[in-house]
Design a protein around this ligand. Structure first.
Ligand code: HEM
Length: 518
């Protein structure tokens, strides 16, 4: 009898403790953080814990009418982030909102961003823990997730892998893979199907390219890995997620378990690829394909130059390969896809780019060196990434209280959400033609004439700026040069303009174009 009572008492104590833990993390902690932020002058839409502002975010529909009557209108902010557009009207360009119990400082004011970030080194701010946990199966502890001295070490090792000479070695593989896609398009047209859904086509080809570029994909396990990486992405971003809500991962347990299972399989496959490649390179220096992919460059230790302790371990290499794949292929593929859409409605620019290719490359080879000379194409890329920033936001997490001015401090642990789409469409920063496609604004100015350099952030900012930006510029120019020299294209009547956020900025219903061989 006594032992039964003791057991009941232990259970009661355990459940009281659990209840207290839940209450503490769902209500006590966030309310404390909320008060601290309010004292420091940060306001925003009132949250209700434990969901924060998530319900409002999910339910807010775009009610703003586009100012343009064009079928493809570029003033997209209110349609992709309707809740931010509404909150901006009420609270301005800097305010607080809550993802579950996680406080986020929303910033769409480049002056404010400059004020709080000047003097902050890349290693001093972190990446939101809440996203690190959520995206663990995709990125692990890859470069875009690590912080502090670990980030410094990884960045130092990885940056040289994207050097011009390494990129050059990758360019012929990019040309071959893109040509195969275009041959397929020609077959489709010859079979009477001139309408091609380019988003899927380009996404798949860019996925193949980044897989070959990162870890090689000629071997059977490379192909299997590629399929599993794509499957994981589908699972993680098609599920309804409650990021930031305590115990939120249990709300879509099935998908999370499936992602974890796939994550383990991917890690094991990558590990075997890395070990094989390492062995092959140690035995005979590796074949060309092995030497030229990013993994090969990191394994060959070209970056190391005698420095001790600067090599990445095998598990670190696994996470970096996954990071290159996820951070690199979708953003680049979408930049190309949006460009084709914009060029389809601006045939004059197709013509101008074709003329430039003729003048600069003529009958010569399309490769890293020749495409680097395509200036107008560079302006087009910049302008498309302004109107359709494929990485639509940049995030940080404050480590250590950060002073804004005399009266206000951003408390340690606050997440920062920089709304790149808002800044890129801000009339006060870009002028009256803000929503027009005008690549010439980049002719004499790397920042396209933006009133504030922090207002144009397609690749992020500071020390953490995208490490793959030169690779993506090369890939962009190779794709566009090859497409423009073989086809002209126009918008299909079946196209619906529906830019939406699914981690990246994507056309929700694809982009069907009518392709015509030249
Ligand atoms: C158009 C194409 C691309 C866009 C728009 C883009 C955008 C970005 C942005 C916005 C960031 C965050 C920067 C910050 O936090 O300040 C980033 C980081 C990163 N990107 Fe890209 N990216 C592109 C292509 C690539 C490619 C091709 C690769 C690699 C193969 C790559 C690898 C990375 C990595 C590893 C980071 C983390 C850098 C760090 O934290 O030190 N990206 N990218």
């Amino acid at each position: 009898m006594e032992s039964l009572e003791a057991l009941a008492f232990a259970f009661a104590a355990f459940f009281s403790f659990l209840l207290w833990r839940v209450l503490y993390s769902c209500w006590v902690l966030p309310i404390r953080a909320y008060r601290k932020l309010a004292i420091n002058g940060f306001s925003g839409p009132p949250p209700s814990f434990p969901l924060g502002n998530i319900v409002e975010m999910k339910n807010t529909k775009n009610t703003t009418k586009s100012s343009s009557t064009d079928r493809v209108f570029n003033d997209i902010h209110a349609s992709v982030f309707p809740y931010f557009a509404q909150w901006q009207k009420a609270y301005g360009k800097v305010f607080m909102y809550w993802l579950g119990t996680e406080p986020f400082l929303y910033i769409a004011d480049p002056k404010f961003l400059k004020k709080i970030s000047s003097g902050v080194m890349g290693k001093s701010w972190g990446k939101p823990n809440v996203f690190k946990n959520d995206r663990k199966p995709m990125f692990g502890d890859g470069l875009n997730m690590v912080e502090g001295d670990v980030w410094v070490r990884h960045r130092h090792i990885i940056t040289p892998a994207f050097s011009p000479s390494n990129l050059k070695a990758m360019s012929s593989m990019m040309v071959d893979t893109t040509r195969s896609m275009l041959d397929r398009w020609t077959d489709m047209i010859n079979n009477g199907n001139p309408e091609i859904e380019i988003e899927q086509e380009i996404m798949t080809t860019a996925g193949e390219i980044i897989a070959k570029t990162s870890f090689g994909m000629e071997l059977e396990n490379g192909k299997t890995l590629f399929k599993k990486l794509r499957a994981m992405q589908e699972i993680l971003f098609k599920s309804k997620r409650y990021v930031g809500v305590p115990f939120g991962k249990y709300m879509c347990l099935g998908q999370n378990l499936e992602a974890e299972r796939l994550g383990k399989e991917i890690d094991a496959l990558l590990m075997s690829i890395i070990v094989d490649q390492k062995r092959s390179m140690a035995e005979n220096g590796g074949d060309d394909q092995e030497k030229n992919n990013l993994l090969g460059v990191l394994l060959a230790g070209k970056h190391v130059e005698g420095q001790k302790g600067s090599e990445l371990s095998i598990s670190e290499l696994v996470d970096e390969c996954k990071t290159f794949f996820f951070a690199g292929h979708e953003t680049t593929a979408l930049a190309i896809t949006w460009s084709l859409l914009v060029l389809a409605v601006h045939p004059m620019w197709q013509h101008q780019l074709r003329e430039e290719i003729k003048q600069v490359i003529g009958d010569g080879d399309i490769d890293a060196t020749t495409v680097a000379r395509l200036k107008k194409m560079g302006w087009v890329m910049n302008e498309v990434l302004r109107l359709y920033p494929t990485a639509p936001n940049v995030q940080r997490q404050i480590r250590g209280d950060t002073r804004v001015d005399q009266d206000s401090v951003i408390p340690d642990g606050t997440n920062i959400w920089i709304d790149v789409v808002a800044m890129h469409h801000d009339r006060e920063l870009w002028g009256e033609d803000v929503n027009e496609f005008n690549p010439e604004r980049f002719k004499d100015d790397l920042y396209g004439g933006c009133q504030n350099k922090m207002g144009y952030l397609p690749f992020g900012f500071g020390g953490r700026m995208c490490v793959g930006r030169n690779l993506s510029a090369m890939e962009f120019k190779i794709f566009l040069s090859l497409i423009l020299t073989r086809f002209s294209f126009s918008l299909s009547p079946n196209y619906t303009h529906l830019p939406s956020i699914m981690l990246s900025l994507r056309p929700m219903q694809g982009i069907p174009l009518i392709m015509k061989p030249l």
